[in-house]
Write a protein that binds this ligand. Sequence first.
Ligand SMILES: N[C@@H](CCC(=O)N[C@@H](CS)C(=O)NCC(=O)O)C(=O)O
Length: 229
Amino acid sequence: GSVLPPLEPGKLRLYSMLYCPFAQRTRLVLAHKRIPFEVVNINLKCKPEWLFDKNPLGLVPILEKDERIVYESAVCDEYLDAEYPGLSLLPKEPYVRARMQMLMESCGKMRKYTNLHGYCNGYFRSQENYLLLRLPFHKFYENALKSSKYLAGDSLSMADLHIWPFIERIYLLKELVGIEVLSPDACPQLTQYTQRMFQEPCVKATRIDVKKYIEYRNAYSKGVFPDDV
Ligand SMILES: N[C@@H](CCC(=O)N[C@@H](CS)C(=O)NCC(=O)O)C(=O)O
């Protein structure tokens, strides 16, 4: 297997994969809070053995600093928010926080809707089936955005950074399979929100390059895992 690069004392490292939506959550928080870090990208088709020493599940993202290890994207993000200075992304008021966390939970329940590999490999087969994807996005996010500029209030919060990678991927379907799932007519709030999110520096810093993503996907479907992800 590949050799684990040494980690300097005091440095924060993220084990990641360029197109992983969960790792993107953590990269969004790192970028938003301007936390310095280094990245080790993992070949998920051929995982190094040492990955399982860091996370027995063998999944990214994983954070490491001075022998402290944190994994699971939601846990990593809450840890970063608490450990590093700056404006917190989590509301203090218990009910506001509970509302936000319910929205974040909904995203976990939408896993089957957010697997781009599945969509692109013809999982949904017809346009009609693709459009079914709109329902959960509409139910949770279009509705939440009727009363606020961001998903959990009028400023960016953890809910936005937690859910954004999946919204970004749904919009990518337009370029990948030519189907606009969250059209401006059906989802006016989400459409405006997306434009707003694309202006956020952390979103700019982690935005998927569609051309590169297509190259990666083509290679991945042939069993090849490109070196640079
Ligand atoms: N619940 C985990 C999910 C992480 C996850 O599934 N990461 C994927 C990459 S997108 C992974 O590491 N896959 C490797 C595998 O499934 O073996 C989290 O939120 O961090």
